[in-house]
Design a protein around this ligand. Structure first.
Ligand SMILES: NC(=O)c1ccc[n+]([C@@H]2O[C@H](COP(=O)([O-])OP(=O)(O)OC[C@H]3O[C@@H](n4cnc5c(N)ncnc54)[C@H](O)[C@@H]3O)[C@@H](O)[C@H]2O)c1
Length: 289
């Protein structure tokens, strides 16, 4: 039974022959979820800013017999996401799974914010998700077939981490956006909603700088503090769980109508500690990475 006041999240039980749109689909978690959904018989639309890996991913799925298109997309550009929706509609018609997953790490501290870096991270991690919803959700609701939106947040959407301000702000916002979307749609439509909040996953996220916009690329050496932070994050990401494991959680959530997807249960207690701190009015609690 859902907790008091919670609406039942619609489930999508059949995947075969239906269509999934996956942003950030050329690598990491996006590619793993695409692989899992292709195994379920879904058609794929892969969207990514990186043309090389996108082409390779599309070729791999084609050779395995999956109906697939790749659309080079910068999710922080609204017109790109609208063009993605148009290309999807032209090739496959109705969309049944939208995985708003493209994301970048970075942005630095709140105490000394680099505003342009914040604009980049928030543009991709927050507005990318909003543009995805704007471009697809209306039609998904209107076609009336069971369908699902999964938004990728992070444990950084539920817990604060010093030095990760822009990322934290974006991911908290993605959790809020997903919660509100679910409350607005779950009782009256066939659109299910989930929000993915993983801890560390072994992907290329620590190398997000590879997708920095040109105006932010610099030859400046990182400070010792920046370098240390980068090394710690890279190490933790490398030791993270395999993206294929995340894909299992995502497909299961779509099938069962699970809203919060927390593939790292060890963080649950820390989320409870944060909730208790909010209620008691104490200062934020630092979470060990
Ligand atoms: N890996 C982790 O430890 C971890 C933990 C929590 C949340 N996440 C989130 O998971 C999502 C996927 O990241 P990942 O870990 O697979 O990393 P990744 O770098 O392997 O994959 C991210 C993908 O997004 C693409 N991308 C980046 N900017 C883009 C843009 N502007 N438009 C379109 N595509 C863009 C990249 O090219 C890449 O293919 C992100 O939202 C990330 O914040 C990752």
């Amino acid at each position: 039974m859902p907790p008091t006041g919670a609406c039942q999240n619609p489930r999508m039980e059949w995947f075969d022959g239906r269509t999934a749109v996956i942003t950030g689909g050329a690598s990491g978690i996006g590619l793993a979820v695409a692989t899992r959904l292709a195994a379920e018989g879904m058609n794929l639309v892969l969207a990514d800013i990186e043309e090389g890996p996108l082409g390779e991913a599309v070729a791999g799925f084609e050779s395995g017999g999956t109906a697939v298109i790749g659309v080079r997309t910068d999710v922080s550009v609204r017109d790109d996401v609208l063009a993605l929706a148009a290309a999807t509609n032209e090739r496959f018609g109705n969309v049944h799974v939208l995985f708003n997953n493209a994301g970048v790490g970075g942005g630095g501290p709140v105490a000394d914010p680099d505003i342009e870096m914040w604009e980049w991270v928030i543009g991709v991690d927050l507005f990318g998700v909003l543009y995805g919803i704007k471009a697809f959700a209306g039609d998904m609701i209107a076609h009336g077939e069971p369908c699902h939106i999964v938004n990728t947040a992070s444990m950084a959407g539920l817990l604060p981490f010093p030095g990760m301000g822009a990322y934290n702000v974006s991911k908290y916002s993605v959790v809020a956006m997903s919660e509100v979307l679910s409350l607005e749609t779950s009782a009256t439509t066939d659109l299910g909603v989930s929000v993915l909040c993983p801890g560390f996953v072994a992907t290329k996220i620590a190398d997000s700088g590879r997708n920095l916009p040109e105006h932010l690329v610099t030859n400046e050496e990182p400070t010792a503090e920046q370098e240390m932070m980068q090394n710690v994050i890279s190490e933790l990401v490398a030791q993270g769980i395999p993206p294929a494991e995340i894909a299992e959680h995502v497909v299961d959530a779509i099938r069962t109508g699970r809203f919060y997807i927390l593939p790292h249960p060890e963080f649950g207690e820390r989320v409870e500690t944060r909730a208790a701190a909010i209620v008691s009015g104490s200062a934020p609690i630092v979470t060990e990475l």
